[in-house]
Design a protein around this ligand. Structure first.
Ligand code: SF4
Length: 351
């Protein structure tokens, strides 16, 4: 074990976090779910989601057999819903081909939906005590700064160097603790902004600290201007308070989540109303709600909501597999697209 790992473990033993929910009753399933939730999301946000998820889907078989809407409902608010869909897809494969267990090699793990090399490493190291390296965002930051590794880790050659360094430090013993320790250091001490270098067990040898390069590392991708798209979201509300939701196709943004019907401009709004068989008499009011922007990784979406209060339910919209009347006062367990949650709050006047 090198000095880097020894210093990190000594720090973890007295100052690291040991009471996170996935650190108890450790199993490959519990570690896998936690790792997937922790991608892109902070520990404190993840904890309540993780506890609810585990209460509802305590093992691979429960997750594999669950209704997709119920799984997505447990993910509502966490974002990046492909993670939830991949979790369930993998659970089904595990039931079919692996006896309900996660496999114990990197090659088999990375062949499963949603499991990359770093997640595979975490499962192997934390739950199976194998000397596998991980390289999530926190670990990348620690290594970039400690070794003053230049270059954007999204580039293959730079990434290769990061993996080489990660593997070099990963010890053959206490790998599970080491893995938790380096993730913990990145999350609590070597944070993206204002890292607590004074409290860091690696400060003596940290090259970025020595050379005043902490703030620039790890290097970020050059920001490019994101394109802007616009859409009208149509909130049809019945006198009894239910609103119409449609299930989105599995591919694309908010895949398989429920959202409001959309129109691209006023012309299509009129067409939509005609298609619904809604006559003018059935519309009590149609009000514009102030527009807002939702940003995806690859574009901005300017959402222009229209709240249409109906006097009666139009003949052409019944309930089907892809369209429902949703009661916000007594909500069904569904995965909702982020703007739907926001707009329902707006309608209830709680924003
Ligand atoms: S000394 Fe500072 S920059 Fe270097 S690893 Fe520790 S917290 Fe990160």
């Amino acid at each position: 074990m090198d000095k880097f790992a020894r210093d990190l473990l000594a720090w973890f033993d007295h100052s690291g976090r040991h009471d996170l929910p996935w650190q108890h009753n450790t199993s490959p399933y519990r570690v896998w779910v936690s790792e997937i939730m922790l991608q892109q999301t902070q520990v404190n946000t993840v904890i309540p989601y993780y506890l609810r998820f585990m209460a509802s889907f305590p093992d691979v078989s429960h997750l594999a057999a669950a209704d997709e809407d119920r799984v997505l409902h447990h993910w509502t608010g966490l974002g990046y819903y492909a993670r939830a869909r991949n979790l369930q897809a993998t659970a089904k494969i595990l039931m079919q081909d692996f006896n309900g267990e996660l496999p114990s090699t990197t090659t088999e793990l990375v062949a499963l939906p949603g499991i990359g090399r770093s997640t595979a490493g975490a499962i192997l190291a934390i739950a199976m005590h194998q000397p596998a390296a991980i390289l999530d965002g926190n670990v990348r930051r620690v290594l970039a700064r400690f070794h003053q590794l230049e270059g954007w880790p999204g580039k293959a050659a730079v990434l290769k160097e990061f993996w080489r360094t990660a593997e070099e430090h990963t010890p053959g013993t206490r790998t599970a603790d080491y893995t938790q320790a380096i993730m913990d250091l990145g999350a609590t001490i070597c944070t993206r902004n204002n890292p607590a270098c004074d409290a860091c067990p690696l400060c003596v040898k940290c090259l970025a600290l020595k050379n005043g390069a902490v703030a620039e590392l790890p290097q970020r991708k050059q920001k490019r201007q994101l394109p802007v798209k616009a859409v009208q979201m149509l909130i049809f509300e019945l006198p009894t308070g239910e609103v119409q939701l449609e299930k989105r196709p599995p591919q694309g943004v908010w895949g398989s989540l429920w959202s409001f019907p959309e129109a691209e401009n006023e012309q299509t709004l009129k067409l939509k109303l005609d298609k619904m068989g809604a006559s003018r008499d059935q519309i009590e009011t149609a009000k514009l709600i102030p527009p807002f922007r939702h940003t995806f990784s690859h574009f901005h979406l300017d959402i222009h909501p229209v709240h249409v209060k109906l006097v009666t339910q139009p003949d052409a919209i019944g309930e089907s597999e892809r369209s429902i009347w949703y009661d916000p006062g007594n909500p069904a367990e569904l995965g909702l697209a982020a703007p739907v949650k926001r707009l329902l709050k707006t309608l209830r006047g709680t924003l």
